[in-house]
Design a protein around this ligand. Structure first.
Ligand code: ATP
Length: 319
């Protein structure tokens, strides 16, 4: 491998820039040329790529979003699109590609590897829904944003002795709700992975208010229901009228935490090393501090295990 490329794809996440920076600088450090592809697989098909030098990734480690931009590309879902993508890379003499993105983006990387392009996937998504890594790039920052928002809500809730339902991102994976809920002392954490009983939760909140609690926070992952639906149920079962806050896309923006920057830098550097060694079609992760390279096939067909210990801890502490 003499020349590689990097792209970001799917939903953006904080720390993608830190990953792009690390791919570029790590490759150049090892004497490998590196190209940046603009707008994900769409940009690949449009031949929207340029050589990156050391300075091209200056002043971005602290920025959210992605300087390479990202896109969703239907054409790349077809066999012809993938073939064309591989040809574009080959025409430029590029024999390795690092894809930073989620599940769908990993599928794309896998297809390219079957067409002779060596690929590596880096987990770039706030949802933490990729298997074979403890954390994905952006998750730590997203959780921090939710915790900060809940801190602010708590101030005003306590003053008014009110409760809040906070809807956070996570369609299939409740990790943002779990980590943010535990860190902010939520009374209930609703996630798609664990069944819950809104009647029991509502009555518990009512009881807690009667015992002197001055606020109540319910965090709901979007995959477990909407904030409005949950609030309606709480009103019906307990008479408590919670305020609903939907945090939405602010969870995906802002400056990445040091954890996300370090994770992105480490994963990217390792992915470059593996590519240079000739490895391909691997999703890179860190589990318990150790690098792990897992076949992309296996990564995309495995559901991330939900941390029930943390979930139960949050429940025990929410009295
Ligand atoms: P996130 O879920 O965090 O938004 P993602 O990477 O899963 O990120 P997707 O929109 O699912 O986001 O995928 C991004 C792009 O990857 C798609 O627009 C498409 O170009 C490509 N892609 C997705 N699935 C496949 C597939 N099965 N085969 C080839 N390419 C795919």
């Amino acid at each position: 491998v003499k020349k590689i490329a990097v792209l970001t794809s799917g939903g953006d996440s904080q720390g993608m820039n830190a990953a792009v920076r690390a791919v570029v600088r790590s490759a150049l450090y090892r004497g490998i040329e590196v190209y940046g592809i603009q707008r994900g697989y769409q940009g690949l098909l449009n031949q929207d790529l340029r050589p990156m030098d050391l300075r091209s990734v200056g002043d971005i480690i602290q920025r959210g979003g992605t300087i390479l931009q990202t896109a969703r590309c239907k054409e790349f879902m077809t066999a012809e699109g993938q073939q064309r993508g591989a040809e574009v890379l080959r025409e430029q003499g590029i024999d390795g590609l690092i894809v930073i993105g989620g599940d769908g983006s990993y599928h794309g990387a896998n297809k390219l590897s079957k067409l002779g392009i060596k690929t590596m996937g880096l987990p770039g998504t706030i949802d933490n829904d990729i298997a074979f890594t403890d954390f994905t790039i952006g998750f730590d920052t997203a959780v921090s944003i939710v915790v900060e928002a809940i801190n602010k809500l708590r101030d005003t809730m306590t003053s008014h002795e009110r409760s809040s339902v906070v809807e956070v991102m996570g369609r299939h994976c409740g990790d943002i709700a779990l980590y943010a809920g535990l860190a902010s002392g939520a009374e209930a954490i609703l996630v798609p992975e664990v069944p819950f009983d809104l009647k029991e939760i509502s009555l518990r909140m009512k009881d807690n208010f009667q015992k002197g609690k001055r606020h109540g926070i319910v965090v709901v992952a979007e995959g477990a229901g909407t904030g409005e639906e949950v609030a309606k149920n709480i009103i019906e079962y307990s008479g408590i009228e919670p305020r609903v806050t939907v945090l939405g896309h602010i969870q995906r923006g802002g400056t990445p935490t040091h954890n996300d920057r370090i994770l992105a830098s480490r994963l990217a550097d390792y992915a470059v090393q593996r590519l240079i060694e000739g490895d391909s079609a691997k999703g890179i992760g860190i589990i318990k501090g150790e690098f792990v390279a897992t076949d992309i096939d296996k990564v995309v067909s495995t559901k991330k295990t939900f941390n029930l210990d943390l979930y139960n801890l949050a429940l025990r502490l929410a009295q």
